[in-house]
Ligand binder design. Sequence first.
Ligand code: FAD
Length: 399
Amino acid sequence: MLNKTQVVIAGAGPVGCVSALILARAGISVCVLEAEADLIPELRASTFHPPTLDMLDKLGITPKLIEQGLITPKLQYRDLEEGLIAEFDHSIIRDHTDHPYRLQCEQFKLTRVVEDLLEEYSNAEILYSSKFVSASQTDDKVVISYDTSTGRNNIECDYLIGTDGSRSAVRKSQDIEFKGFTYPEQFVTVSVPEEIDSIVTNMGHVSYISHPTEWCALIHAPDYWRFLFPIEMEMSKEEAFKDEFIQKRLQKIAPYKGKYTIQLRTLYGVNQRVAESYRLGRILLAGDSAHVNNPLGGMGMNGGIHDGVNLSEKLIAIYNNGGSEDLLDLYDRQRRPIAIEYVQAQTIRNKKNLEERDPNIRKQRQDELRAMTDNLEKSRDMLLQSSMINSLERSANIQ
Ligand SMILES: Cc1cc2nc3c(=O)[nH]c(=O)nc-3n(C[C@H](O)[C@H](O)[C@H](O)COP(=O)(O)OP(=O)(O)OC[C@H]3O[C@@H](n4cnc5c(N)ncnc54)[C@H](O)[C@@H]3O)c2cc1C
């Protein structure tokens, strides 16, 4: 069986889904291959940054996320021993965005919203249980093989976008290197229904809590609070998931009279990597298949959506406005440096700040944060950076 479409997207995660919707709305035929039998109900990303909400608003998505999410204007920096160090309110960047807050909303809600919206477009389809296997390209087309429950199929297209996550089969099939490093520790996430802001006075709904070994990122999502903290690489999953170990860790962060109700535990190895190229002829990478980073700062999915929007706009310019294929190189030039110089640099710095062992450097950082809260311009600069607005301005200025 040989089918034809203009664009094939491998992977129906947040980046693949959003890209498919943008292309479908522009009248481009698009087929999304998803390996799983349904959209993945993973919690993973929960933070949507202001410019991402601005982009998704143009697609009619943001109001549907707001309905299911939690608007979070404030961002806190704390220390496990010192308590609250500084708090920043996104309302001071309202001149730069229509959504001056973080929205806490799980990524699976986004993919479900997009799946519903895609139903309106006869030029778009998501094929489930369809696992990308390989792709070969000539000057004018790409031929893709994918596996289904009934055997192997082929599909022909003009362009293939790999949005199939960090272990991307698309990236591997093209021998594109994924350079970077793996952190020497693992990250645990634990979700609990207890209201942490009534357990710890003034606890913010997004708090980064520093400590040399027991730092934590605490996020209030609509139905639970999620703790993310590191454990040693040598620790087994069994040990890390033991109630006693988790209770002790949570009690240190948010001392509580009762026992926490642990609803969900996950364990991750964390990498910082960027693909050597985002374009190889007619094959393109976006999202986690192109770059991965630690979750401190909530930049992986957001940056991936920014890739998807940028790339889809380039494809629309090529199909609908006679644009040159050189635009696809511009996509690589605009987005790859952002992943390296901005997202990688910022997330590495975020982790370093949280785990700083030198008491003098730690104190200096805390003093800087406290001083920043008294300086509107510096606070604004900080939020423009952390909310990724700066990264998009820089990207737009690259020609
Ligand atoms: C604990 C944690 C918290 C995080 N928090 C945030 C946050 O708050 N904000 C943020 O921006 N980011 C966050 N991230 C990162 C975020 O989850 C990822 O960056 C995001 O999921 C990337 O989206 P994607 O669409 O590129 O890839 P994925 O979400 O990985 O989706 C890839 C899709 O491709 C499919 N697939 C895989 N292989 C194939 C194949 N061969 N053929 C077809 N389909 C295939 C998969 O089934 C999946 O549906 C977090 C990550 C973790 C681990």
